[in-house]
Write a protein that binds this ligand. Structure first.
Ligand SMILES: Cc1ncc(COP(=O)(O)O)c(C=O)c1O
Length: 365
């Protein structure tokens, strides 16, 4: 084991036996250990690794009332070569930093946060290495979380916080590649404000806003919501847990990062791979009317989502108003499959990691 930086209190009894590795679901059970750090009296301290456990929180904690909570998510993959690969965690650290700033959480400088997050993840992975699934498509999801823990009902930033990193063995979030997902275009509710809102932060409020439209979509037989901009309900934004891409007449179009959508790590990775392959990409506003026109003219070739949980996920159909549009080449389209294979190949160590995305951890025998 590499030199560990954080004091460790180990579990006396592992819960590993409770994991159904054939069918782990998503975030149903958490690894034996978690990283914990506290902010109080104006400083972050008490970094340690402790057993995963319930938190003692007073009901008056402002976070429970006013939502001062941010999180992120990335994955570690078990390679056949005995290495675990953590995919681009520095990107998640930078995003967690930005989310904290937006939620007025006094986070440490980004370099320090990145260093702590990556080191803590490495130590958790070494310690709980048996929790990393070995089945293709399965992985260990890593969830950092920062919450305000001061008990006060005043509406202001808390002066006490808890920073936790937990892990969870997961399978595929949505579906297998052969089925693809169905999306319902939401033209009544909004996920996040187009200008000046919280959309780019990974914070509870955005997910809270998505629950009712999400449940309504499910009730109508759809898997997820496809969000439109909040001003006109015209321009495509993103999906519940993934960014969205449309291949229209040979060009791949995805909405730009304008502050209303999450700057996805897999979105960035997909764009990089597409550019590597000289496939024309456009980061631009795309009206749902343009998507429907492309469908009508036969130019809508593929639609796919990109996200840590969703990986690269083919979209089989889109419901808009009273029509259902079935995507011609789904599922999965040729490019969707190529991206899926390349990305997962890099993540599991089967394909050369040309962009140095993986952080490798040698697992104990
Ligand atoms: C709302 C939303 N959009 C996009 C994404 C994709 O982001 P990433 O690729 O960093 O996982 C996620 C998932 O984390 C998400 O929750």
């Amino acid at each position: 084991m590499q030199h560990s930086r954080f004091p460790l209190t180990a579990v006396t009894q592992s819960r590993l036996g409770q994991v159904d590795f054939d069918n782990p679901g998503f975030g149903k059970i958490f690894g034996d250990h978690m990283f914990s750090m506290v902010y109080e009296d104006g400083a972050w301290s008490k970094a340690e690794i402790i057993p995963y456990q319930a938190l003692a929180i007073e009901p008056g904690v402002a976070m429970l009332h006013y939502g001062q909570t941010v999180f992120d998510g990335y994955k570690a993959f078990r390679g056949e070569d005995g290495q675990a690969r953590i995919f681009r965690p520095e990107r998640n650290a930078a995003r967690l930093h930005d989310s904290c700033q937006r939620l007025c959480i006094p986070i440490m400088p980004v370099d320090e946060l990145t260093d702590i997050m990556i080191q803590a993840t490495r130590e958790l992975i070494e310690l709980d290495h048996a929790w990393i699934p070995s089945q293709w498509g399965h992985s260990l999801y890593v969830r950092p979380l920062v919450i305000g823990t001061e008990s006060t009902l005043e509406v202001r930033a808390a002066n006490r916080y808890h920073f936790l990193i937990m892990t969870s063995p997961v399978g595929s979030y949505f579906t297998d590649l052969q089925n693809g997902v169905s999306l319902r275009v939401e033209d009544r509710f909004t996920r996040a404000a187009s200008i000046g809102g919280l959309g780019a932060a990974k914070t509870a409020a955005n997910y809270a806003a998505s629950l009712l439209p999400g449940a309504q979509s499910k009730a109508q037989g759809f898997d997820q919501v496809l969000w439109l901009d909040s001003n006109e309900h015209r321009y495509v934004e993103e999906v519940g847990a993934m960014n969205i891409f449309f291949k229209i007449a040979g060009r791949v179009i995805t909405p730009p990062l304008g502050g209303s959508i999450l700057p996805g790590v897999v979105r960035d990775s997909a764009l990089t791979l597409l550019r590597d392959w000289d496939i024309p990409v456009e980061e631009r506003r795309l009206g749902i009317d343009e998507v429907i026109e492309a469908f009508a003219s036969g130019e809508l070739e593929e639609v796919f989502g990109a996200g840590t949980a969703a990986v690269i996920c083919p979209v089989a159909s889109i419901g808009y108003r009273d029509e259902l549009y079935s995507i011609a080449s789904a599922p999965p389209g040729e490019l969707t499959l190529r991206l899926y294979n390349e990305l997962t190949g890099i993540q599991y160590g089967k394909i050369e990691d040309r962009h140095h995305w993986n952080q490798c951890v040698t697992l104990p025998e």
